[in-house]
Design a protein around this ligand. Sequence first.
Ligand code: GLC
Length: 570
Amino acid sequence: MTAAAEREWWRSAVVYQIYPRSFADSDGDGIGDLPGIVDRLDYLHRLGVDVVWLSPVYASPQDDNGYDISDYYAIDPVFGTLDDLDRLIDGLHRRGMKLMLDMVVNHTSDEHPWFVEARDPASPKRDWYWWRPPAADGGPPYNWASVFSGSAWTLDERSGEYYLHLYGAKQPDLNWENPGVRQAMHRMMRWWADRGVDGLRLDAINLIAKADEFADGPTPPGSSYGIPWDLVAYGPRLDQFLAELHREVGFTERKLITVGETAGVTIEQARRLTDPARRELGMVFTFDHLDLDQKAVGAKWDLAEVELPLLKRAFARWQDGLAGVGWNSLYWNNHDQPRVVSRFGDDSAEHRVVSAKTLATVLHLHQGTPYVYQGEELGMTNTAYTEIGHYRDLESLNFYRDGLDRGLSEEALLRSLAGRSRDNARAPMHWDDSPQAGFSDGTPWIGVNPNHVIINALAAEADPDSVFHYYRKLIMLRHAEPVIVHGRFELLLPDHDQLWAFTRTLDQDRLLVIANCSSVPAPLPAEGLPGGTGTTTMISTHGEPEAGQLRPWESAVLRLAPPAPPHQLS
Ligand code: GLC
């Protein structure tokens, strides 16, 4: 293996995300924990994933389920102890897997000692956060909206100044312009890497560099708040901060897998962020494909049907955009997104399994590092919550309260929540068909989906045709076939509204991926697909394809015979 290939081992890896609160509860308190994860490592090993990304387990008031950290060096007792984390690292390493921790460094909890200290205007920590005097009317200094509804500025009585929180009021933004903040973060990440952690997922990392000057943001129709995107994201020193972080933590020397969460990233920005020569990040999470089933970008709660040509093109643009320069991450799901089989597939009894497999086929056959979110490998669906009391997520609850204030009907709000709430992903993992799905012996912190009696890991592992075994095969294929990791990508039939087709090519090796992304049969067009004989099916949802059409949600990956050598002139 070349030195670069060894350093960039994560290019052929598959990552599995665990949301610890909802994965496995070992002590019956209704909340998942680290010992629960340790007990399930053989399951992950059987699935074949290489890396586990663990959502935050640090000490936290849990206002945003751990994305509000009050001590970066401690494990929250609800999840276990540092010894448990060491056991997790060890258990993963012994099975040839690695651990990626979630680093929430754009903000802390307001209960972090730094912020407690910073409330005193005379404290040296004051400048570690963003403070501004009130506007002339005593209100917030700027009209900025928080991602979680309401103003992004909250008054602190002690000094009479406002502090910035782009997320919840208990998540004050850190001021990365202050070198003390940056050094504290470098030190903390080195400490975790020294402990055996192999990678970092950098939460909301596009927000750490803000503009030099603040001002009001443009106000969208119907809103009293402005969206100050240009002022809070991708500020002038983002590349500098990331290059410094890379160097000071030793991303390259330690061969860490790193991924930045970068909502709204452009291809040009992502090329800079992920170009190995610039030594910033390994890859970033892009969001274009998740902005398509809503009425406008940023209008997350205004549900709309996705148009397949737009979805395919969103992926293709990123494949072309980063080819030969940076690296893509590939994902349908995470702890912030609804379940893909309900979102872009068909979660009816008839099509759930095949549509989950087909969505996996297209995702995993692109170039990039695929991420699987817990339960996605079972084809888990959105939840069945029907009243506001079923929801737990801060963002969802704020949206609901805000919507009622704005005069929206409860019915419309519940419809948006059913389609979009982050709690769709956060319902407990389905291990078996017992009353709490094998997740907990106590009362789960959030309701279990009743469909766990059918959709669960025990049943899936026992059924060779399950979504689980299909994911396992896709993961094995990626490990075995360099063309899947490195091959050139070409989108076919870009305007077709049922078929998603593309090729991957590495030297003489060429794969055709073809998928019917609809619940009705799709006749194959006479033109636009590579013809010829001598194809081998590498994986498919329905066995051998029928001539002339794909069945509902059928997909296959075919290896095309190499072109015949040119005739020798004698
Ligand atoms: C990221 C996380 C999300 C969290 C937010 C604030 O978007 O993925 O879960 O609420 O950052 O930390």
